[in-house]
Design a protein around this ligand. Sequence first.
Ligand SMILES: CC(C)(COP(=O)(O)OP(=O)(O)OC[C@H]1O[C@@H](n2cnc3c(N)ncnc32)[C@H](O)[C@@H]1OP(=O)(O)O)[C@@H](O)C(=O)NCCC(=O)NCCS
Length: 183
Amino acid sequence: MIEGSYRLPELFETTRYILRRVKVSDAQLIFDGYAKDPKVTRFLGWKPHSSNVDTTAFLNIATAEWDRGTGFPVIAFHRERPNELIGMFHPHLMGHQVTYGYVLRATAWGQGAASEIMTWLVDHALSHPEIFRVEAFCDVENRASARVMEKAGMTFEGVLRRYFLHPNISDTPRDCMMYAKVR
Ligand SMILES: CC(C)(COP(=O)(O)OP(=O)(O)OC[C@H]1O[C@@H](n2cnc3c(N)ncnc32)[C@H](O)[C@@H]1OP(=O)(O)O)[C@@H](O)C(=O)NCCC(=O)NCCS
């Protein structure tokens, strides 16, 4: 039995990856790794960062969530290459639900990293007694992200029309695919 509200550990490992709580001082690493890359941000809710000042501003907000217990942003590294950033996973706690965002640097795509880590995160959340639902959504054209959610055990629940603004694709809100796993 786990005591208290759901939280992520500040450091944990999956089969191939090591993940830790992100810090504001990771801004340059994240800016260089993916935040400046328009290929990576194409389906995301933010435009590519123009300098590490943008990344620092984001991390100031994201890291404060951990202290409040509302969000648990972690960055991933390969266990055998611990200086090489893979990307970020960002679970948010909303009552009995956990919702996820995730982003990987382009050179880490296609190796099963997001599926492996999301599978770990989904199983971890649903093993907590207060969590009954985990969910994530993606743009209707983001096939890779949809597949990650399927591989993490989530089920397609439907298209949420005009659900979220993806400003690198359109100036108006986009249709999104919602996936979830419940217990
Ligand atoms: C989406 C993203 C996280 C996927 O990460 P990844 O580690 O490359 O994904 P995985 O390797 O674990 O698995 C991807 C799956 O999608 C499939 N896939 C990849 N590109 C695809 C495409 N264009 N169309 C259909 N399937 C695709 C892969 O084949 C794989 O499925 P399979 O194992 O059945 O073959 C990564 O591409 C990314 O960071 N993209 C930019 C940010 C983003 O879109 N984040 C999600 C926002 S909702």
